[in-house]
Structure formats: C-alpha cells, structure tokens
Design a protein around this ligand. Structure first.
Ligand SMILES: Nc1ncnc2c1ncn2[C@@H]1O[C@H](COP(=O)(O)OP(=O)(O)O)[C@@H](O)[C@H]1O
Ligand SMILES: [Mg+2]
Length: 276
C-alpha cells in the first residue's frame, strides 16, 4: 500500500471580488502505508478541501502532496473517493454500479464479474444485485458505494463524512463493515468526520483541525485493539480528551456565528448549528 505525504500544504481561494482567503495553512501530515487516519474539526476548517487536494481534484497554493512518492497532480486509479451521499448511478443496478469502475479500468470481462459479485458478498448485498439505488435504504446505498470504492482494490481510500447522513444504528453497522474490510484489504485511509467517537472507533490516529484558517492542531494516537466497540471505556476516555481539544475551536466558530463582524475574515455567515 502507498503512503501519503502532505508537506506544508496551504490553500487559498480567491473570491469573485478578488479577495484572497486562506483556507488551509501549512498542513503537514504523513500517513503510513495501510494506516487509517481520521480528521476531525469544525465545519469550514478545510477538511474536505484537504481531501480534494489529495484526490487531485484541486491544486494546493503551496506545499506538496505525494502518494507513494509520486507528486499528486490529478486524480488517479490508486486513489478512490467516497462522499457523504452515495454517488451511485441511478439508472444502473447495484451490480452494474460496482462493475463500472472495473470496466473503466479495462479489467477482463470474466474477472469483472467475479470481483463485483465477491465484493457485493463482502458488503452483504448479494441478494440486491439487480436492485436500483432508489430501491435501497441509505445504509445499503453506502454499502454499495463502499463496494464500488473497494472493488478496484485502491491503495488509498479517501472518505469524506461517508456516514454522516445515516441513523446511529446503521452508522454503527457501517463501522463494523469498514473495520472488517479495512483489516482485509488494508488500504491507506484518510477519513473525515465530525463525529469524534467515530474517529476513535476507526482510526489508528485522529488529526484535529483548527479553523479560520484550517491548521493541524494536534494528532492523537489510538492505541486500542480492533475491532473496537464504541461503548468501550478506553474509546470513551480518548473521545473525551479529543472533544476537550476541539472545544476551543467550536467555541471560536460559535462566537463568530453570534457576531460575524468580529472575525475580520470576510467569511459568509454560517448555518446555525453547523459548527461541528
Ligand atoms: N471551491 C471553493 N471556492 C471557494 N471557497 C471554497 C471552495 N471550497 C471550499 N471553500 C471554502 O473553504 C472553507 C473550508 O471548506 P471545507 O474544506 O469544505 O471545510 P470542511 O470540510 O472542514 O467543512 C470554507 O469556508 C469554504 O467555504
Ligand atoms: Mg467537509
């Protein structure tokens, strides 16, 4: 598997009025081959922006990102992406959705059939091969998205709040799936979430972002055996410590929501309650 090397990465966006706004400042983070690193931080701290940079969907303003020693300049098949909403093709069946990336890669027909069916078995969706996405629950759609992301056997899996829209029970069953599949395939994972307990349950390490602008504030190591139980005492203790580290950041965002003029950052007002 491939390591991810993020070195002194900064990113600024220029608004239509020509204002330059710094979103990420001097981020350095090394992710080892096969390591699972979670990123938590307030909304607007640049988590998605960083993932997009690693995916090669956008370019850093300065600094560098390398995957397997190769500087990222564009998307590549060794990196796959999974978002909050399962971005399945509604007109394709479950099986066709999972076959699709293999067809793009030109994998031989017989192998495509075998790998897609195997992958659906691994996410417990064998019985739904011929269903279309609209016939599935949100959790099932995310399992199809997970199957589609893993069927190409990616070296690097980039996940941007993939389970944020699921109810607590479905999310917990997805955590079990992800832990099982990650232990089997061992891709290098960057996983963004605003759920601290989720981060502690899944990650080898948890990186905390601060905001305005987005910076790496701290990195916690989760030295706990897997599979992990969200109700485990040690998971809770570490989640508590991380929450305390995040508290200042969340208060900063909430103060800004109360009084946006004070920030001087030129940020648009945020959605109420959208601070984590
Ligand atoms: N393409 C873009 N153009 C301009 N501003 C952007 C763009 N993408 C993100 N931003 C801004 O960058 C900041 C960080 O966004 P984002 O990375 O989505 O944060 P997070 O994922 O931590 O919530 C936000 O203020 C957002 O409005
Ligand atoms: Mg985001």
């Amino acid at each position: 598997m491939l390591p991810i090397a993020i070195h002194s990465v900064s990113k600024a966006f220029v608004s239509p009025t020509g204002e330059r706004r710094s979103v990420l400042e001097d981020i350095s983070l090394d992710v080892a081959p096969g390591e699972f690193v979670c990123i938590v931080g307030p909304s607007g701290s640049g988590k998605s922006t960083l993932l997009n940079l690693v995916a090669g969907l956008d370019a850093a303003s300065s600094g560098s990102i390398a995957v397997g020693g190769k500087v990222v300049t564009r998307p590549g098949p060794e990196r796959t992406f999974m978002f909050q909403e399962a971005t399945l093709f509604p007109w394709l069946t479950v099986l066709e959705n999972v076959r699709f990336p293999l067809e793009l890669l030109g994998v031989p027909k017989a192998e495509i059939a075998e790998r897609a069916v195997d992958m659906l078995r691994l996410v417990h969706l064998s019985r739904f091969q011929t269903a279309r996405p609209h016939e599935l629950s949100g959790g099932m759609r995310q399992r199809v998205a997970l199957a589609r992301a893993l069927v190409v056997r990616p070296e690097v899996l980039l996940m941007d709040e993939p389970f944020a829209a699921l109810d607590a029970q479905t999310r917990e069953s997805m955590h079990i799936e992800v832990q099982r599949l990650w232990m089997e395939f061992k891709p290098t994972v960057l996983f963004v979430t605003h759920n601290v307990r989720e981060a502690v349950e899944l990650g080898d390490r948890v990186a905390i972002f601060e905001t305005l602008p987005g910076k790496l504030k701290d990195v916690f190591t989760v030295d706990l055996p897997r599979p992990r139980d969200p109700n485990d005492r040690d998971v809770n203790i570490l989640a508590g410590r991380i929450n305390r580290a995040l508290k200042d950041e969340i208060e900063k965002v909430m103060a800004l929501e109360r009084d946006p003029d004070k920030s001087g950052s030129g940020l648009p007002p945020r959605r109420a309650g959208g601070h984590i």
